[in-house]
Design a protein around this ligand. Structure first.
Ligand code: SAM
Length: 372
C-alpha cells in the first residue's frame, strides 16, 4: 500500500484535538506545507487529474483577452493597467489572452501582469509558458499586488477555496466534521452542538430544508478583497467556475483524481478536493461592499456573446481538416449546455467599479468582438 503521510497526520490531529471541520480538512488537503495537493504538483491536463477550459482550447484565453480590451476601453483606456490572474494553472490562459491583446499596442504597453499562485511547480510552468513577457510578477496572495487600476481574471480558483459544511439536525445547524471510525477510516460526522442562531444567516430557501440537508458556505473574505479593490482603484473582475446561480442546500464536496470522481476522504493530498461555487453569495458579498455586479450567466452564453463561434470559424478556415475537427469539438465542449456540459455547469460573474455598466458577455447589450 502507498504511503499516506497526510492521512496519518490528519488522523493524529483528530485523535489529539477532536473531530476536524470540513473546511480545515479541505485546507490541509490542498495547502498542507509539505503534502498539500496544490503545493507539490502540476495536476492539469490529460496526464494529470483534470482539464480546465484554457487547456481545452486557445479560444478561451483569447476571448478573455478581448473581454479585457473591451473593459479597458470602458475604463477610459488608462495608460497603466494591472492584469491579475488568480490561480493561473499552467499560464495557458494568460499566454492566449496576451497574444490576442498584442494587436492593441496602447493596451499591451499599458499592461503589468500579476500572477497570484501558491504552487511552486505551477509557478515554474507559468514562467516557462510566459517567458519573454515583460512587466510580470508572481505573488502568494492578491494582498501583495500593488495598488492601481486592475482587471482580475479567475478561472477555477474559487472552487478550491475551503468551504464550511453545515448539517441540519432537529435542533439546528451543526458544523460538519471529519472523524475516525472504529476501523481507523475517516468518516463524516457533525459537531455535538448546533451553531447558535446559524439559521439567521441562511438564504430563505435554505431555512426550510429538511433534517439531514447540507448547506455549504465560503468565507466572503476573498471576494470582498476583489470587490473593494475594483471599487476603490478602478477596474473589474471576471470569475468563472462551476457552481450554482442561486444559494441552495446540497453537498458538492468532491474529489477528482485521474479525471475520475473519488471519495474525498480516501487519499487526502492526493486528489483535487473542491466544492461548487455559490454565485449568488459571491454577488451579494460584492454588492455589500459597493461594487457593481454583472451576471452571473452561464459559460455557454458568455462565450457565445463574446464571439466564440466567430473565432472558431476563423480558426477552422485556416486549419487542416483534422485540426478543424478538433476546434469544432473544443467549441462544443466549452459551450455545451447539456446537464453536465461545461457551457451550463460553469457560470461567469463580473464585478466592477460602479460606473462601469453593461460589461461584454454579461449583459445582452455588448459584444467584445464588435470592436466597441
Ligand atoms: C483548478 S486550478 C485552475 C488553473 C487555471 N486557472 C486553469 O483554469 O487552468 C487552481 C489554481 O489555483 C491555484 N491555487 C490554489 N489555491 C490557491 C491559493 N490559495 N492562492 C493562490 N492560488 C491558488 C492552483 O495552484 C492552480 O493554479
Amino acid at each position: 500500500m502507498t504511503e499516506q503521510p497526510l492521512l496519518n497526520e490528519i488522523k493524529a490531529l483528530i485523535k489529539s484535538s477532536g473531530p476536524m471541520p470540513v473546511w480545515r480538512y479541505m485546507e490541509l488537503c490542498l495547502m498542507h506545507p509539505r503534502h498539500g495537493y496544490y503545493i507539490s504538483r502540476d495536476p492539469l491536463g490529460r496526464e494529470g487529474d483534470f482539464t480546465t477550459s484554457p487547456e481545452v482550447s486557445q479560444m478561451f484565453g483569447e476571448l478573455l483577452g478581448l473581454w479585457t480590451a473591451s473593459v479597458w476601453k470602458q475604463m477610459g483606456s488608462p495608460q497603466f493597467l494591472r492584469l491579475i490572474e488568480l490561480g493561473p494553472g499552467r499560464g495557458t490562459m494568460m499566454a492566449d489572452a496576451l497574444r490576442a491583446l498584442r494587436v492593441l499596442p496602447p493596451l499591451y504597453q499599458a499592461l503589468h501582469i500579476h500572477m497570484v499562485e501558491v504552487n511552486p511547480v505551477l509557478r515554474e510552468r507559468q514562467n516557462a509558458t510566459l517567458s519573454g513577457v515583460r512587466n510580470i510578477a508572481w505573488h502568494d496572495s492578491i494582498d501583495d499586488v500593488p495598488e492601481g487600476p486592475s482587471i482580475i481574471l479567475a478561472n477555477e480558483y474559487f472552487d478550491v477555496l475551503p468551504i464550511h459544511q453545515m448539517v441540519k439536525r432537529e435542533h439546528g445547524w451543526h458544523e460538519r466534521v471529519i472523524e475516525v471510525d472504529p476501523n481507523g477510516k475517516l468518516q463524516f460526522g457533525a459537531a455535538a452542538e448546533p451553531t447558535p442562531r446559524f439559521d439567521v444567516l441562511l438564504p430563505p430557501l435554505v431555512r426550510a430544508a429538511p433534517v439531514g440537508a447540507v448547506f455549504e458556505w465560503r468565507p466572503d473574505s476573498e471576494i470582498m478583497k476583489l470587490a473593494t479593490r475594483v471599487r476603490d482603484q478602478d477596474g473589474a473582475a471576471l470569475i468563472i467556475d462551476y457552481g450554482h446561480l442561486r444559494s441552495d442546500a446540497g453537498d458538492t464536496f468532491q474529489a477528482i483524481a485521474r479525471h475520475t470522481f473519488t471519495d474525498p476522504l480516501k487519499a487526502p493530498g492526493q486528489a483535487d478536493v473542491t466544492a461548487h461555487v455559490d454565485f449568488q453569495a459571491l454577488a451579494r458579498a460584492a454588492e455589500d461592499v459597493g461594487a457593481r455586479v454583472h451576471g452571473p450567466v452561464t459559460q455557454g452564453d458568455f462565450l457565445k456573446r463574446v464571439g466564440i463561434e466567430t473565432r472558431a470559424n476563423a480558426l477552422m478556415q485556416k486549419a487542416s481538416p483534422e485540426i478543424a475537427t478538433d476546434i469544432s469539438i473544443a467549441l462544443k465542449r466549452l459551450t455545451d449546455t447539456g446537464r453536465s456540459g461545461m457551457g451550463s455547469m460553469f457560470k461567469v460573474l463580473g464585478i466592477s467599479e460602479p460606473r462601469l455598466t453593461g460589461l461584454a458577455g454579461l449583459s445582452d447589450l455588448e459584444h467584445a468582438g464588435d470592436g466597441s
